[in-house]
Design a protein around this ligand. Sequence first.
Ligand code: ZN
Length: 170
Amino acid sequence: MGHPTLRQRAKSLQKKDLTKARFKNLLSDMVDTLRDYGGVGLAAPQIDESLRVVIIEIRDTNLRYGVQKLFPLTVFVNPEIELIDSQTAGFWEGCLSIPGMRGYVERPQNISVSFIDELGDFGTLDLHGFPATVLQHELDHLNGVLYVDRMKDLRSLSFEDEWTRHLKEN
Ligand code: ZN
């Protein structure tokens, strides 16, 4: 947080960019970073590449976000979301770019995302619950938005160890 790349609108990719070594290297760096950090999602601007690329992966080894349904590694290039309905729910979000902190954010829970995958194929996916929250958090990164901007009440912003001690529910 504070790095200018995190506050820029990231650039879209073209299909032909996806076959280039630069994109393949970016993807492998993103996967390594996500897994090292034990996170569930990452956007390219978080590793200082202002491009519209997001990955999500929820593994059984993830300990940061409690028990969640598994979500296979999925690459979203140029993702766009549409709300399916207006139902919202809140999660204690964290972010690789704001280490050691958590904040409570409410977001829509039923979304449809259209995107290009890493092979250049067009896809759409309906996401519900936690994965819907994760995708919206990552898509915000592509528009220069951080979760703290989405918090309705900054008083819930917490250091992770205090959050674990006092606020964590499971
Ligand atoms: Zn983040």
